[in-house]
Design a protein around this ligand. Structure first.
Ligand code: ADP
Ligand code: AMP
Length: 216
């Protein structure tokens, strides 16, 4: 199944995608994770992307699309993928359709996780991420068993630099201006599955499963 996961920053895309990927036996492809891995490794792409990410702006479309085109061509995507964090603009959505067509693929569903904007600040400022495996936690909503340590791999948890209050505000503005029009775009294509993301992690997962016709 070829799935795009959409929603504002902090909606729970990464949290849901991790579990969905395991259940559907497809890779979870997070553009944010790929950029952060490049920043950590000090690659040219990482240095370029960091200029935008650190301010909460979008990395330019052509840079992002070049990166994702290569990733989707990898063998592990042959039986499907969960794309988390892309598209974020209409230009990217059109470019994604062209990339998929070239590869003889198409999207099956676009899952939009809907959470009221005012709840997102609390979700983003309490988020902690594993430095080693990128597993995501929340200080109150989804804490690790041992404070500061990842349950999955024992790695150190850190706060993303762009989860500071000032950058969060810009990211939400960018979402509203540039990404939210994608909801109508995919609705018009008959691909949209809207999910109420303002409920527990398990209930969101159950709704996604039902919407995708899965028995989980
Ligand atoms: P996104 O990938 O959409 O930016 P994340 O999956 O990283 O969002 O989730 C943002 C934060 O909110 C994380 O700290 C996560 O643990 C927490 N979170 C995710 N889903 C829920 C939920 N349904 N209820 C409460 N907190 C959640
Ligand atoms: P995320 O991990 O999805 O919250 O993304 C973190 C940051 O990476 C975003 O704020 C953007 O700066 C950048 N980014 C991720 N995906 C994209 C994309 N599809 N287009 C442009 N920038 C992106």
């Amino acid at each position: 199944m070829n799935i795009v996961l959409m929603g504002p920053p902090g909606a729970g895309k990464g949290t849901q995608a991790e579990v969905m990927a395991r259940k559907l036996f497809v890779p979870h492809i997070s553009t944010g994770d790929i950029f952060r891995a490049n920043i950590k490794a000090g690659t040219e792409l990482g240095q370029l992307a960091n200029q935008y990410i650190s301010k909460g702006d979008l990395v330019p479309d052509e840079v992002t699309m070049g990166m994702i085109k290569d990733r989707l061509a990898e063998e592990d995507c042959a039986n499907g993928f969960i794309l988390d964090g892309l598209p974020r603009t209409i230009v990217q959505a059109d470019a994604l359709a062209a990339v998929l067509e070239e590869q003889g693929k198409k999207l099956d569903k676009v899952v939009n996780i809907d959470v009221p904007i005012e709840k997102l600040i609390e979700r983003l400022s309490g988020r902690r991420v594993c430095r080693n495996c990128s597993q995501t936690y929340h200080l109150q909503n989804n804490p690790p068993t041992e404070a500061g340590r990842c349950d999955e791999c024992g790695g150190e948890l850190y706060q993303r630099a762009d989860d500071s209050e000032e950058t969060i505000k810009n990211r939400l503005d960018v979402y509203l201006a540039q990404s939210s029009p994608l909801i109508e775009y995919y609705e018009a294509k008959g691909l949209l599955l809207s999910i109420d993301g303002d409920q527990s992690i398990n209930n969101v997962l159950a709704d996604v499963g039902r919407g995708l016709g899965q028995n989980w």
